[in-house]
Ligand binder design. Structure first.
Ligand code: ATP
Ligand code: MG
Length: 408
């Protein structure tokens, strides 16, 4: 018996002639994510990937925790690889289900004494699902389920068959070798990071932009990020918070270069020379222009923001149009049609939420207008921009940008 990890991937299968490119990238990303956990070999077979450890003390749990964050993967299972021989299958199935029951009981015990009593009295419902990929194997799938189900019932105490609402499913896949497992751990799906080019994420310290970046990484985009820092109006801790957010994002896309741009001069100049109601849009346009330049210098082909239609005054269709006019690069706004609670739900799922709600202020909370204009006109905004020496300030901001590399 050999313990291995089975990785299922989905959408890549649809990519026709490009499929090998997608699969190669997925395998590369898998290897990268498991770096440091020990020697492995990664093998592709029949639209699945098998990860076979080449050392005894391989940390399977940790490996699975990392793999479920690799974009392109639909689900993973820790499986036992055994000989395709029915006696062997029966023997190892009993071993695996016994292990699994011990784990279930431990889990129940951890929930407290009442629950434990319940489970020790009732038996655990299960069913067998068999797939026969190897047509030379003499027993057909329904018969495998029947015979193996009966054998497990007889040899593992505390089990009962429940085909409609089982507590767990015992899976058997008969191929050249046979694979057995009880758990399918879901991952996020999507496309392997690096197969859709690179984008520059405008990363604030808020809830929205990390989610926006994650969504585009899920569509296969490599990310770099840019953050505008208004020191000393915003603190070092606000910057640390953004670095922490980038670090969480890097779990999903391996490595992120974060460009931290000093924005104080521009912010103060806008504040000085322009009416308060236009602050946000002017500031946003300056951010977009700087981000586009940094993106172009670093091979990124699009910008990503966390804007959502109607969420705040600067996110009306008119304000977005004026913001957009500042750049030529495509701007991806994956949250545009999402409600705040949907964004929060995703933020929790990807583990950025708790960091995002830390209280350190960012420039948009410090320099905020009491009555921002919801329908700015482009001509008026451009006239205001004319009062600023924007190009020179942008040059200086980019020259003083600090870049940190986040992730292994
Ligand atoms: P978030 O939760 O992402 O901060 P928000 O709802 O607070 O978004 P705004 O503050 O209006 O919205 O910002 C809109 C978008 O502009 C953000 O999602 C982000 O992409 C970008 N942005 C805002 N402030 C900054 C900043 N200091 N640095 C980098 N990008 C920023
Ligand atoms: Mg914000």
């Amino acid at each position: 018996m050999e313990k291995v990890i089975l990785v299922r991937y989905g959408e890549i299968i649809l990519k026709g002639l490009n499929r090998p490119m997608f699969e190669d990238r997925l395998i590369k990303n898998i290897k990268q994510s498991l770096y440091g956990l020990g020697k492995i070999s990664v093998r592709r077979s029949q639209a699945r990937i098998f990860i076979e450890p080449r050392q005894d003390d391989f940390d399977f749990e940790n490996a699975v925790t990392r793999l479920v964050n690799v974009m392109g993967i639909i689900s993973v299972s820790i499986v036992w690889k055994i000989k395709t021989d029915f006696e062997e299958i029966k023997k190892h199935s009993v071993g695996m289900v016994r292990n699994y029951m011990t784990k279930l009981n431990r889990h129940a015990a951890a929930k407290g004494p009442v629950r434990m009593k319940e489970t020790s009295e009732a038996s655990v419902g299960f069913k067998v699902e068999a797939k026969r990929g190897n047509k030379n194997f003499p027993i057909q799938s329904p018969e495998i389920c029947r015979q193996l189900g009966g054998y497990l019932l007889k040899n593992v105490p505390g089990l009962k068959v429940d085909v409609h609402d089982p507590d767990f499913i015992f899976y058997v896949e008969v191929r050249d070798s046979t694979y057995i497992y009880c758990d399918i751990i879901p991952a996020f799906g999507g496309l392997p990071v690096g197969t859709s080019g690179k984008a520059m994420l405008l990363l604030s310290g808020g809830i929205d932009s990390p989610v926006a970046g994650w969504m585009m990484a899920k569509r296969g985009m490599e990310l770099e990020a840019v953050h505008f820092h208004t020191y000393p109006y915003t603190s070092e801790r606000a910057k640390d918070k953004v670095i922490a957010l980038a670090r969480i994002l890097s779990r999903y896309c391996h490595r992120i270069r974060l460009h931290i741009v000093p924005f104080t001069e521009i912010q103060l100049d806008i504040n000085d020379k322009c009416p308060e109601e236009h602050l946000t849009v002017l500031m946003r346009r300056a951010m977009m222009k700087i981000s586009e330049k940094i993106a172009a210098e670093n091979g990124a082909k699009a910008l990503i923001t966390g804007e959502s239609l109607g969420q705040v005054a600067s996110q009306t269709v008119e304000a977005i149009a004026v913001t957009n006019e500042a750049v030529r690069m495509p701007v991806f706004r994956p949250l545009i049609g999402m409600d705040k609670n949907e964004v929060i739900e995703t933020a929790r799922r990807i583990d950025t939420y708790e960091t995002s709600i830390l209280p350190y202020e960012d420039c948009c909370t410090v320099f905020v207008a009491k009555h921002p204009k919801t329908r700015p006109g482009l001509e008026e905004i451009k006239e205001l921009e004319g009062r600023l020496s924007l190009d020179a300030m942008i040059e200086r901001a980019i020259a003083d940008t600090e870049t940190v590399v986040i992730g292994e």
